[in-house]
Design a protein around this ligand. Sequence first.
Ligand code: PLP
Length: 389
Amino acid sequence: MANDETRPESIAAQALGWIDQTTRAINPPIHMSSTFLRDADNQYSSGRVYIRDQNPAFDQAEAVITALEGGHETLLFASGMAAATAVFQGLRPGDHVLAPHVMYWSLRNWLLGFATSWGLEVELIDMTDPSSVAAALRPGQTKLVWVETPANPLWTITDIAATAELAHGVGALLAVDSTAATPVLTRPLELGADLVMHSATKYLNGHSDLTAGTVTTRAENEHWQRVRAVRAQNGGTLGSFESWLLLRGLRTLYLRVRAASTSAQLIAEYFYGHPLVAEVLYPGLASAHGHEIASRQMHDGYGGMLSIRTAGGEAAAIATAATTTLWKRATSLGGVESLIEHRASVEGPGSPVPADLLRLSVGIEHVDDLITDLEHALTVAHNGIELRV
Ligand code: PLP
């Protein structure tokens, strides 16, 4: 279906327009077979041997994501963590990698706890500052620069094009965790990134009913071959039903992300300067960190994720999350239902997250209902709490 003129909304809505050749169904069947028949002449003319990394249920979702990202090839994984760690496992002992201080906390912990014991030299830096990146790069030894933008949960912005240029200058690859931005808002490969990764558990699926991860490459190369081998051999692959659900979720990606972004912008503006809110962290605010860069590299909005810092400190933040009713008190993000979370309780010591921070994942409910619920909870939570000046 897709040609160069086909817009991404149309590609997503029809999932590339694939029709099942046997039944003419416009949605694919859910393939469950774990194995495939060998031909009498001992060949596998179907091209498939075993389901682990050759599941037919991967094909369409991978092709759709490749088209939306403008890449060469996509691999599905069983979770965002499986996808992200495969990118690092594709490197070799002794390789030096740069990653940001502010990033998805579990991956930061994995890098410091596991990747280092496998011989990777991991250095965490302020990725939002190109001079820190330039100073940390080691020609010949730095093999990968990992960027997350907007970065969970402070929503700081990294300039993808500038960082890619620096990474390429020393022969390193640039990988972007684009979970919060999605291909609706940012296409990292067009900006010079070599790899783009998503926790598809979030917006790509959008319904909080599976875990999945994806990595898309701009080009075939030795590192990509190793990532492919990691998936096949480590075996962190997605199940058939989850692949099917992901494809279904992808069809409404553009509507969901645009709706969440529009509401997040309104919520950020409403609570900016609010007496019970010390700070609103959202790249769509003119005063926000990286707003100017975000305006260049994000299109159609700044995403559905924001954080607020309560004026009454940690106790008020926890009490606010305890009081909302429409905002559900739960971890994760990118679903159709809005979520609120006291992030420091999750990330624990060593995290750069302030204790008074609430992370908000904006869903597709009516924005006025979300504002009313949050304002009511803030008011109840701050009752009797002395505000900081
Ligand atoms: N990257 C980001 C930005 C995330 O928010 C998450 C999960 O919250 C992950 C990666 C990991 O994804 P998963 O939970 O699917 O393993």
